[in-house]
Ligand binder design. Structure first.
Ligand code: N2P
Length: 362
């Protein structure tokens, strides 16, 4: 009798232990080059929750997984337009705000901006935001074109300009939702157009410069710019700044710069969100709440060179990062920035077809 009682207690303890252990893990799926890994270790040490961290460099890849379901992830980081579509598709779960006390630090201005993508701010907490623009090797570009229009979309979309840089290497993001709107902006069309006839015009622009593009890739340009393998990229602000810093640290004589195109640039917001079937929602919320601490998110911005969305973190971000116009766009630049609303199914089909055709052409 006594023995049975003991076994019963033991079984109970083991059971509780297993349940607790199951929630002591958080599976995070985030963009590559987007975190200071010491933050993950600090979170583990403080909470006892182990972080299993995977990365991607494309919203399309993330969305395919989310739509298929059973990703196993607790926290994912879609970009604004994709987030909106994923909410509508019903693949995300609303965040339990009562478990996010650090939301008090969240910027009301950015919360307001996010209403367009996440009505009522129910599903998403912005991690970082940024712009898309031109990354370049100062010396290689100057040698090939002394008066190169480095702050203009002509660098990428004017065949007479980009042709001059084909020999030193041009990469662009492998993201139709980036290059198609930018091509439309270049020809003075609405970058957020979903009209198939207008989207076709972007295709024509892209096909003309296709021969000069060495690679479509959304993360390799960081290293390639930093070590001088390429001289021009259409990429994301913080990633180009990371390339610049890597080159500076390596003292390899490579000088990288980033420019927001004067014609206008896409501004986007990447948010923490949870798949509907997240296996460890409590741990996921604990992770998101930890990232909302001003001192933690400031450390994240210092490392990735992207602005965060925390109103109480500004003073904590390193002065050199906070005052870097490539990281935090100055007020004068803000009116030039545009956002992209989600592509519905029909427009997405057109976009995907255009992208396949552009990439496949030579
Ligand atoms: C991280 C880039 C994320 C920007 N390397 C995509 N919105």
């Amino acid at each position: 009798m006594k023995l049975t009682g003991l076994w019963f207690t033991l079984a109970l303890l083991l059971g509780a232990g297993a349940a607790q252990a199951a929630d002591k893990v958080v599976n995070v799926y985030n963009w590559s080059d987007y975190i200071d890994e010491s933050i993950l270790r600090d979170f583990e040490r403080e909470t006892g929750i182990k972080v299993v961290y995977d990365t991607y460099d494309s919203n399309d890849i993330l969305e395919t997984k989310l739509l298929a379901g059973k990703t196993g992830y607790d926290v994912v980081v879609p970009t604004s337009g994709f987030l909106a579509r994923e909410i509508r598709a019903g693949v995300l779960r609303p965040l339990d705000k009562s478990k996010l006390p650090n939301l008090v630090h969240f910027s009301p201005t950015i919360a307001e901006r996010m209403q367009k993508f996440d009505p009522g701010n129910k599903y998403a907490v912005v991690y970082m935001w940024g712009t898309s623009g031109i990354g370049y090797n100062v010396d290689k570009i100057a040698r090939r074109m002394a008066d190169a229009p480095v702050d203009s979309l002509r660098m990428i979309f004017d065949p007479a300009v980009v042709a001059k840089f084909a020999d030193c290497g041009v990469y662009v993001l492998d993201a139709a939702d980036e290059l198609v709107p930018a091509a439309l902006k270049y020809i003075g069309e609405n970058p957020d157009s979903k009209d198939p006839a207008v989207l076709e015009k972007a295709k024509a622009v892209l096909l003309k410069v296709r021969p000069y593009i060495r690679k479509f890739h959304s993360s390799e340009y960081i290293e390639a710019l930093a070590n001088g393998d390429i001289c021009l990229a259409y990429g994301w602000s913080g990633d180009v700044v990371q390339a610049k810093k890597r080159a500076e640290e390596a003292k390899n004589g490579v000088h990288v710069e980033y420019r927001v195109p004067r014609e206008g640039a896409q501004m986007w917001f990447d948010s923490f969100a949870m798949p509907k079937d997240a296996p460890h929602p409590e741990a996921g919320l604990a992770f998101i709440d930890y990232m909302l601490r001003p001192e933690v998110i400031a450390k994240a911005s210092d490392y990735v060179f992207y602005p965060n969305a925390n109103k109480d973190a500004d003073a904590l971000v390193k002065a050199a990062v906070k005052s870097d116009p490539d990281v935090y766009p100055p007020a004068a630049v803000l009116p030039r920035l545009y956002t992209i609303s989600p592509f519905d199914q029909a427009a997405q089909r057109v976009l995907t077809r255009i992208w396949t055709q552009v990439k496949g052409a030579s």
